[in-house]
Ligand binder design. Structure first.
Ligand code: NAP
Length: 283
């Protein structure tokens, strides 16, 4: 049987229709004012500028507003903290996205953690991560939460399955592992010091690639029938972190690259921004 394509692009598009309706209901209850996502871009990294633009465009497609804040690459931690404080205290702003990475002189962790929990719609604060891990209410980190929403939409069973997450970054691997654990998967987290990576991946019912290296995870390491989730995208090669092409005939499901995880990340950001708007304005 051919593998099921976990089509993030299609799911994101479908969800945008539902979000548009929720936003127009919200506007009707809020004197015509739409919820606002503030996006902060620090510096002039072209890839980051593109991501921020895509996030702003997604807001516009569903009728939300985005407040685009751009700061120079010489910005200090204190200047960025002051801007975040201002946005935290602005009752018209319902979500704050600080685009990662920030220039190296800025303490990114301090700035992420300055975002108030109620506006942390990208799920980047330690507090949000801790609460999510403990099963308490918090917005999920956008990429792993987007993956969970995609797996759920396709009824991929997680309970009792062995999930292997390759990567342990604060915005992807770690929250991914906790979300899968909360869904009752048995989770192994691998990283750059892991021994016998191929052997561990060979035991996985679900593999999540979050390494940041083109086709680093080889098709031959992955067992027949596994569910393959590729969070990576390397536009220069048009591939992700997993060697996908040889797998499509023998795994049970996989996320395409592009069109799998990427659209779900942005979709989750705007989904959680609408949630935040409803929480603040009244759902
Ligand atoms: P990252 O911060 O660079 O983390 C990479 C992780 O991979 C680290 O935990 C690292 O381990 C691990 N790793 C590196 N070399 C390894 C090796 N030889 N064996 C096993 N593990 C190894 O990257 P990230 O931000 O998590 O992103 C990962 C990928 O997801 C990238 O391709 C990125 O483009 C993509 N991404 C996509 C989206 C999206 O919206 N689609 C969003 C975010 C990221 P150590 O911790 O030991 O160094």
């Amino acid at each position: 049987m051919p593998a099921q394509l976990l089509d993030g692009k299609a799911l994101a598009k479908k969800t945008e229709q539902e979000l548009s309706e929720r936003v127009s209901d919200l506007k009707a209850r809020n004197g015509g004012r739409a919820p606002i996502l503030a996006t902060i871009l620090v510096g002039d990294d072209p890839a980051s500028a593109t991501y921020v633009k895509m996030k702003g465009n997604a807001c516009e497609r569903i009728g939300m507003e985005s407040l685009r804040v751009e700061m120079p690459s010489s910005t200090t931690t204190d200047e960025l903290l002051a801007k975040i404080d201002e946005l935290n205290n602005d009752p018209n702003v319902h979500g704050i996205l600080l685009q990662h990475p920030v220039p190296e002189q800025v303490d990114e962790r301090a700035c992420f953690d300055a975002i108030s929990l109620a506006k942390d719609v990208d799920g980047v604060t330690c507090l949000g991560f801790g609460r999510m891990s403990m099963g308490e209410k918090a917005y999920g980190c956008a990429t792993p939460k987007g993956i969970m929403r995609l797996l759920e939409a396709y009824d991929i069973p997680l309970e009792g399955k062995h999930a292997v997450v390759v990567g342990r970054s604060p915005i992807l691997g770690k929250p991914m592992a906790m979300m899968l654990l909360n869904a009752n998967a048995t989770v192994t987290i691998c990283h750059s010091r892991t021994k016998n990576l191929a052997e561990i991946i060979g035991q996985a019912d679900i593999v999540v690639g979050a390494v940041g290296r083109p086709e680093f995870i080889k098709a031959e390491w992955i067992k027949d029938g596994a569910v393959v989730v590729d969070a990576g995208y390397h536009p220069e090669h048009k591939v992700g972190d997993i060697e996908l092409a040889p797998l499509t005939g023998r795994v049970s499901a996989y996320t395409p690259v592009p069109g799998g995880v990427g659209p779900m990340t942005i979709n989750t950001l705007i989904y959680q921004s609408v949630d935040s708007g409803e929480n603040s304005i009244g759902g």
